[in-house]
Every structure is written in C-alpha cells, then in structure tokens.
Design a protein around this ligand. Structure first.
Ligand SMILES: C[S@@+](CC[C@H](N)C(=O)[O-])C[C@H]1O[C@@H](n2cnc3c(N)ncnc32)[C@H](O)[C@@H]1O
Length: 164
C-alpha cells in the first residue's frame, strides 16, 4: 500500500487548499483493480453478467489495463473492448491481461472523443480517471452515452476532482 504524499507538490493551489490534508492521509492502492477502483460497479456487473450471456463492456482510457483485466474476471462469458489514445500503454495493458490469464479483452487505440462504434453498442461503459484529464469532458461523456445501450445500459464513471 502506498500513500499519497503532497509534500513535494509545489502547486500554490495544493498548498492553500485545506482539503489536501485529507488526501495526504488517504491510502491509495499501488495497482488499480476492479475491487479497489470500481467497487461501486461490481454488484451491477455481477448481476448483468449472470443475466446477459454476451455482456459487452467498453473501458475508455484503460491505461495500463489492470482495472480492465480485473473487470474481465467478473464477466468471463462476456467481452471487454479497451481503448486508449496511447498505443504504447495498450501494449503494456495487453501484456498484463495475458500475464493474468485474461483473454476476453480487445485492445484498440482510439480517442474517447470519437469512438468507432455504432450508437447503442455496449451494455456497460466504464471510465476511471480519464475525464478529469480532458479539455472537454462533457464532449467525451456525450460520446460514452452515445455508444451505451439505451435500455438498461450503464455508464460507470469515477473521477477525481482536479480542483481540490
Ligand atoms: C490516469 S490514466 C487512467 C488509466 C486507467 N483508467 C486507470 O484508472 O488505471 C488516463 C488514461 O487516459 C488516456 N487518455 C487520455 N486522453 C485520452 C483520449 N482522448 N482518448 C482515450 N484515452 C485517453 C491516457 O493515455 C491514460 O492512459
């Protein structure tokens, strides 16, 4: 378990914000998993995986893919599409998935602003700590909604408040 240290952060914003003290005392796991980053989604994921044989999940901004591979274990009969704008990090994500024995993920280099999927494609769309890095998060969120099935589809987003 690692702990966030704010001592080295030089930003005046961080220095003047009292809430930063709370961050400094918060334990942050060193490797993101479904269990420690997307806990809120797990009951829904388990329920949908049992009721929907070919469940589809899109993970946007999948990064190193540790959360993605972890999510995949909850839907062994389903399929995850993991996209990221960085082809390099997706190579690492694919390598991680392979190393933990997960085979139901397709990795694609794409931008969240322009997803190459038809409307209403996915049962679940998952985003973790990507929108907070974007210039136009609402534009990205609109795109996530577009590719999510309207009937029973879920958009699952967990983001940091970068203005702390
Ligand atoms: C902080 S990382 C989060 C990775 C992963 N979701 C996690 O929580 O472990 C943000 C990721 O978003 C990706 N990203 C940034 N802009 C993007 C865009 N326009 N479209 C797709 N991915 C993007 C970055 O390459 C990076 O891998």
């Amino acid at each position: 378990m690692n702990y966030v240290s704010i001592n080295g952060i030089q930003s005046p914003l961080y220095r003047r914000t009292p809430r930063v003290q709370n961050i400094a005392e918060t334990a942050v796991p060193s490797v993101g998993t479904a269990e420690n980053c997307s806990t809120y989604l797990l009951p829904t994921l388990a329920s949908k995986a049992s009721s929907t044989p070919n469940l589809t999940l899109l993970d946007v901004g999948a990064g190193s893919g540790t959360i993605t591979a972890s999510l995949a274990k909850y839907m062994p009969a389903g399929h995850i599409t993991a996209i990221d704008i960085s082809p390099e990090i997706l190579l690492s994500a694919a390598s991680h998935a392979s190393s933990v024995g997960v085979a139901n993920i397709t990795f694609q280099t794409e931008s969240v602003y322009s997803l190459p999927f038809p409307d209403s494609t996915f049962d679940i769309v998952h985003a973790h700590q990507i929108l907070c890095h974007l210039d136009s998060p609402v534009e990205a969120l609109t795109e996530l909604l577009r590719v999510t099935k309207p009937d029973g589809g879920v958009v699952a987003v967990r983001e940091t408040d970068m203005l702390l």
